[in-house]
Design a protein around this ligand. Structure first.
Ligand SMILES: Cc1cc2nc3c(=O)[nH]c(=O)nc-3n(C[C@H](O)[C@H](O)[C@H](O)COP(=O)(O)OP(=O)(O)OC[C@H]3O[C@@H](n4cnc5c(N)ncnc54)[C@H](O)[C@@H]3O)c2cc1C
Ligand code: SF4
Length: 490
């Protein structure tokens, strides 16, 4: 053997990263299941199950191809690599550039050499070049450049369909009692059973743990959901937990699928004429736009960015985040319950319910970030940090997004059917029946009116505040609501 190839649990692809030119005759493959990763925090067991079982399946597939594979359990990744080095005469270790600052530092210090991380469509230096040229880091501008650079949905120099953006068509609420095509259930095998038993967990059948399963999920999305993705992408309903979302993020993030594979399948389906432009564009925007932008911003903004708390938010994490019965708010109780069940909800509950609540209650950004990291199936440092600190709770003073995503109950009522079964009324901002989102939205604007005074994108909202005749009453109600949320009684 000439070298060790170290495969982190988020590089599980044979054709990308350090494995793309690997040879069973010369390369020893090492994977490390570190105790720090599995038991270091209060991780959702569905998430641990998915990550560990996927890695074990992947190790087995490499063995089947003829590779020598060491799957090592150790206290930390570095301990695992040391064990491998001792056993294999200090062979040089290579790895694709890791996906977080912390892991990059630790591996570099250990003498691991890196090959380019090609798990994304945008090399880190190319993103930096784009960002260095911007005054404001608008995702829309980045996305249009990506469309042109990658030649996705382009008609010469023009966007296919005559527009870059179909947001207007793509913001519909779900029709009543909306069902839609069912989602795949993934069968479990011996490896799954072994991991589940070790974790003391009964897994759902929602998440595949093999490359074959991830490919099936992709085909199922393309064949049964893609055409309807766009119009309902922001909708939330108690009738259908996934609507037409792809459920592909876990596989894109652990490497079982590569973004280019997803894009190629989507382009092929669009070219066959079965998918309307608003769905095709809406989905491409997520993959070549948002996903790449968020990863680029993580590296561009640097390791200290995660510690931002520019709105000086100090509240401790509310009990409702770990216990859905600790609130009477139907939207939050349902969402936290869904997360407990399958470690996933789509982008609007993440942004407009969970993050919005953390933002307007003044919850400490790092406590909220830690919770989000622990409970989502697809969470990683590179993707959670910009999404939470920048987009979700505006803790970076607008470095990433020009305005905070703060909203009252009216938005939630428009985009979901949650309010119908709720104790509270989205239209009310004062009184016992007032919707906590509505009360706290105005209270948040009032608390931060000086900070946002110079932000022209906030001027309409701040102006609205001046027209509230019941502001003193609202401030009293906001105090009650915050106390009730802290105590788990609201
Ligand atoms: C506060 C907040 C936290 C988030 N945390 C994560 C996270 O930890 N991991 C994660 O993968 N996504 C995260 N997202 C983005 C998005 O919510 C999920 O990617 C999506 O819900 C996953 O489900 P899906 O695969 O069905 O996505 P779809 O709606 O089908 O979208 C397709 C793909 O687009 C990509 N994508 C879309 N938006 C984003 C985004 N903002 N950032 C990165 N990728 C995006 C994902 O890879 C996703 O699989 C977060 C968004 C918000 C607002
Ligand atoms: S009334 Fe308010 S708290 Fe209740 S479901 Fe609607 S938005 Fe959520």
């Amino acid at each position: 053997m000439k070298r060790i190839i170290y495969i982190p649990f988020d590089h599980l692809h044979r054709k990308f990263g350090a494995l793309k030119d690997a040879d069973p005759a010369h390369d020893l493959i090492v994977l490390v299941e570190s105790a720090r990763m599995t038991s270091g925090r209060n991780w959702h067991k569905e998430r641990l199950f998915f990550l560990i079982s996927s890695a074990r399946h992947f190790a087995k597939s490499l063995e089947a191809e003829g590779f020598s594979v060491e799957y090592i359990k150790a206290p930390t990744t570095i301990d695992g690599l040391e064990l491998a080095s001792k056993k294999h005469k200090n062979l040089p270790i290579i790895c694709a550039e890791p996906s977080s600052f912390t892991q990059c530092e630790a591996l570099k210090k250990h003498g691991v050499s890196f090959v380019d991380n090609d798990f994304f469509l945008t090399p880190r230096p190319a993103f930096k070049q784009w960002a260095d040229e911007q005054k404001a880091f608008l995702m829309e501008n980045f996305y249009r450049k990506q469309r042109i650079r990658l030649g996705v949905l382009m008609d010469g120099k023009d966007p296919v369909g005559g527009a870059w953006n179909f947001d207007k068509e793509n913001r519909l609420p779900a029709p009543k009692k909306y069902e839609g095509a069912p989602y795949l259930e993934h069968k479990r095998d011996e490896i799954d059973a072994e991991v589940a038993a070790e974790l003391g967990h009964t897994p759902t059948t929602t998440w595949a743990t093999t490359r074959a399963g991830a490919l099936k999920q992709l085909s199922n999305f393309i064949d049964n959901h893609f055409a309807e993705f766009g119009p309902l992408e922001d909708a939330m309903t108690t009738d259908n937990w996934a609507l037409h979302h792809s459920l592909l993020s876990p596989y894109l993030n652990n490497g079982l699928l590569h973004a280019s594979e997803v894009i190629n399948a989507a382009v092929k389906a669009f070219n066959s004429g079965k998918v309307p432009i608003e769905s095709a564009e809406g989905f491409m925007r997520q993959i070549i736009g948002w996903r790449e932008y968020v990863n680029g911003m993580y590296w561009f903004l640097g390791p200290d960015y995660r510690n931002n708390n520019q709105l000086n938010a100090k509240r401790k994490l509310l009990p409702l985040f770990s216990d859905p019965s600790a609130t009477k708010m139907a939207c939050i109780s349902q969402t936290v319950g869904d997360i407990k069940e399958r470690a996933w909800v789509h982008h609007i509950p993440r942004l407009m319910l969970l993050s919005n609540l953390a933002l307007i209650t003044g919850t400490n950004p790092q406590e909220f970030l830690d919770w989000m990291r622990e409970v989502f199936i697809d969470a990683s440092e590179w993707v959670m940090v910009p999404n939470v600190i920048g987009m979700g709770v505006h803790a970076d003073n607008g470095a990433m997004m020009t305005k905070p995503y703060a909203a009252g109950g009216a938005y939630i009522s428009r985009m979901s059917n949650y309010c119908k079964g709720c104790t509270y009324d989205p239209k009310l901002r004062v009184g016992d029946a007032a919707c906590p989102f509505t009360t706290l939205y105005w209270d948040f604007l009032d608390r931060h009116k000086e900070t946002f005074a110079k932000n022209h994108r906030m001027s309409q909202q701040i102006f609205g505040l001046k027209r509230l005749s019941d502001l003193p009453e609202l401030k009293t109600r906001a105090k009650e609501v915050l106390r009730g949320l802290d105590q788990g009684t609201i």
